[in-house]
Ligand binder design. Structure first.
Ligand code: AMP
Ligand code: TRP
Length: 355
């Protein structure tokens, strides 16, 4: 326990359609990180009941996100893929973190404000405590790096605050038990048990915007299906959505700076660059000065080329339910073994009486 190995953890909720934002902001990066990191990827089913408790198809949606992970290229043998509710240590550590985090910290969370809307009194306690469960997901494995889209930045800052307060409140116990690891907090060297996790947010498309409104993020909760490209959309649907994507009347600018104040143009260029694994300036040097009527078909073709094989593979994998369930079960067993090692020490640090 006296070292912290670099480790990647991330989670995706099993709620409805996965879309291009989830793919470019998260899943594509999960795949890339596998080559040189030890990774744990989790379908966070307990998070998805914070807004809506009754789901007719929670199990199927859990399988669908798992199929998307596998279809995108995540290797469940080398790395761990599982669903959160199989590993009770997440909920146990979340409870401890509920007692570490302060009301004031959670009151500042913008995702809660957005999701609770006007009727905050009627939001579930789980929705309010959502970020402490997320911190527990990550820290149950003492994960050091978390790839996520830009919308999760605030939750990761809270995760660091929780780790730091825990390390600080229990510094004597951590030293006494000899379970600490040296880490830097600003300029200061401290001995802590939980790492101060780094977000991995930079990347080609940390925030993919709606195709109908370039100032809103692409989201599964947008009532308009035309606002997003779903990972399961077929080629015709993808082409139609891109054709109908909102743009302004001007041609594409000849410099990247010309995308400022043009959110829809900027979004489409960013999507192109992320899918083609190139830079926005490379896209502009090819398409600068040209009309959207030229650019959109090229973008549609690229999107179909990159996404159609994933959709086909998702369908193939989803057809084999026993295979998907087997991956989650085995992943859950491996994850639980890891999380229990961390929990054993955490319980000792706190002084909970266990054998
Ligand atoms: P969720 O579906 O909310 O569990 O999100 C899963 C992952 O996708 C998280 O890492 C999010 O930050 C990321 N994500 C969701 N929407 C977008 C978006 N529009 N652009 C970029 N990343 C996104
Ligand atoms: N809150 C994340 C989202 O909505 C999902 C999530 C839950 C997560 N636990 C996590 C992401 C742990 C990264 C690490 O997208």
């Amino acid at each position: 326990m006296n070292t912290i190995q670099p480790r990647v953890f991330s989670g995706v909720q099993p709620t409805g359609n996965l879309h291009l934002g989830n793919y470019l902001g998260a899943i594509k990066r999960f795949v890339a990180l596998q080559d040189d990191h030890d990774c744990i990827y989790c379908v966070v089913d307990m998070h998805s009941i914070t807004v809506q408790m009754v789901h007719e198809d929670l199990a199927d949606q859990t399988r669908e996100v798992t199929a998307a992970f596998l279809a995108a290229g995540i290797d469940p043998e080398k790395h761990i893929v599982f669903n959160q509710s199989r590993v009770p240590q997440h909920a146990e550590l979340a409870w401890i973190f509920n007692c570490v985090a302060r009301m004031g910290w959670l009151n500042r969370m913008t995702q809660f404000k957005e999701k609770a809307g006007k009727d905050r009194e009627n939001a579930s306690v789980g929705l309010f405590a959502y970020p402490t469960l997320m911190a527990a997901d990550i820290l149950a494995y003492r994960a050091t790096h978390v790839p996520v889209g830009d919308d999760q930045k605030q939750h990761l800052e809270l995760t660091r605050d929780i780790a730091q307060k825990f390390n600080n409140d229990f510094s004597d116990r951590i030293a006494e038990l000899g379970v600490g690891v040296e880490m830097m907090v600003g300029e200061e060297k401290v001995n802590g048990f939980f790492p101060l996790t780094e977000p991995l947010i930079e990347g080609p498309a940390p925030r993919v915007m709606s195709l109908r409104d370039g100032t809103k993020k692409m989201s599964k909760s947008d009532p308009s299906d035309l606002s997003r490209i779903n990972l399961t959309d077929d080629a015709d649907t993808i082409a139609k959505k891109i054709r109908k994507a909102k743009t302004d009347p001007a041609p594409l600018p000849s410099e990247v700076e010309g995308l400022k104040e043009r959110p829809e143009a900027e979004n489409l260029v960013t999507i192109f660059a992320a899918l083609a694994e190139t830079s926005r300036s490379a896209v502009i040097s090819d398409f600068g000065g040209r009309q959207f009527s030229d650019f959109k078909p090229a973008l549609a073709e690229l999107a179909v080329e990159k996404l159609a094989p994933i959709a086909a593979e998702m369908r193939r994998i989803s057809g084999d339910r026993a295979y998907v369930d087997g991956i989650l079960k085995r992943g859950g067993e491996r994850a639980e073994a890891e999380a229990e090692q961390v929990m054993k020490v955490a319980r000792k640090i706190i002084g909970l009486l266990r054998d």
